[in-house]
Design a binder for this molecule. Structure first.
Ligand SMILES: [Mn+2]
Length: 349
């Protein structure tokens, strides 16, 4: 039997961001169609400033067949059964073991003063169990929540080794991620332009342990692309080709295209900034830019010195041949190229 999992909806108090409410409704509608009766929300259901829960309660009343299990996150640590009221709503304010479909779920509400391991230790489930929490996982994971520096209710690899949950579902990191048996469903609706691509929620089969991904139909799909322009006679053709490739890689249908909000940036060096701007405007003409902005060429420099261009071309060939592990412990190839060009052209060439 499947249960659904989401997190980090960040519902606001006011009328701004209706798309976040709509994403939640879209998930609930999709659960009704699939006859799934459990939705788990792993923290940050509400934004920091939200203290009006009636709109959420109203939504829940329309789906009486779906049990909604909620833990507080760092943005909504004070939510509780006494502030959010509904027959089908359950809020966990202290670590609790709850059976769903005969499987033990350990719900750990966010705490600013303890790690997840300490809270699991209070419960020490004996049978097979699943962890639901909100915070940072430290187990070779580089990704942090970019908005929130510092550590939030850490879960360590050693906690997982000590308590061996069958599966782990965490909120807090908005980017969807899977690491072994640990899953961040990610925010079901991009909070801003930095949360790009189609969004998802998870389905978890409590009998088999199988986890699958369901797409959330969001009102907006944010997309962001950065292009490095390298000066030579083919720069425009290459940029156009690159840009068309990125659009193809988005894999959007006609309807998705209407919902897309994009941000486009060009960096590097060119002989003609106006032509580059024209090319980007042309290739992305069918899309809406976020906040009605234009392609950003503020970091695109002019390079008219043919000797430097020749040096740059040779350096790029050498970088191409380098046997480096780009990414990983070394910078990405694009970053290496960007720095090499800035050395050749100087800061204000
Ligand atoms: Mn959070």
């Amino acid at each position: 039997m499947n249960v659904a999992i989401t997190a980090d909806v960040h519902l606001p108090a006011g009328d701004n961001h209706p798309e976040r409410y709509n994403a939640l409704v879209n998930i609930l509608d999709s659960l009704v169609k699939q006859e799934i009766n459990t939705l788990i929300i792993a923290g940050d259901l509400f934004d920091k400033d939200c203290s009006n829960y009636s709109r959420f309660e109203e939504i829940c009343r329309q789906y009486p067949q779906i049990d909604i299990h909620i833990i507080p996150g760092n943005h909504d640590p004070d939510i509780s059964r006494s502030v959010i009221v509904g027959e089908n709503i359950r809020v966990y304010n202290s670590p609790a073991l709850q059976e769903i479909n005969g499987l033990g779920f350990v719900f750990i509400p966010y705490s600013a003063t303890s790690g997840m391991g300490e809270c699991i230790g209070e419960i020490r489930p004996e049978k097979r169990w699943v962890l639901v929490g909100h915070g940072d996982y430290f187990g070779g994971l580089k990704q942090r929540n970019p908005y929130e520096k510092g550590t939030y209710m850490p879960l360590y690899r050693k906690d997982i080794e000590e308590f061996s949950p069958w599966r782990v579902f965490l909120g807090h990191i908005h980017k969807p991620m899977n690491i072994d048996n640990l899953y961040y469903p990610g925010s079901p609706c991009g909070i801003d332009i930095n949360e790009t691509g189609r969004r998802r929620y998870l389905l978890f089969n409590t009998a088999t342990g199988h986890i699958s991904t369901e797409i959330v139909r969001t009102d907006v799909i944010y997309l962001q692309e950065k292009f490095l322009v390298i000066p030579d006679e083919n720069e425009v053709a290459r940029l156009r080709n690159d840009a068309e490739g990125r659009i193809a890689a988005w894999g959007l249908n006609q309807e998705d295209r209407r919902r897309a909000r994009i941000r486009i940036k060009a960096t590097g060096y060119t002989s003609d900034r106006e032509v580059i701007m024209g090319c980007l405007k042309d290739v992305f003409a069918g899309f809406s830019f976020v906040k009605d902005e234009e392609p950003d060429i503020s970091s695109l420099h002019v390079a008219k010195d043919n000797r430097r261009n020749a040096i740059a071309r040779r350096v790029l060939e050498l970088i191409e041949e380098m046997e480096w592990e780009f990414g990983g412990n070394e910078p990405e190839r694009g970053k290496v190229i960007e720095i090499a060009l800035s050395v050749i052209y100087g800061g204000d060439s």
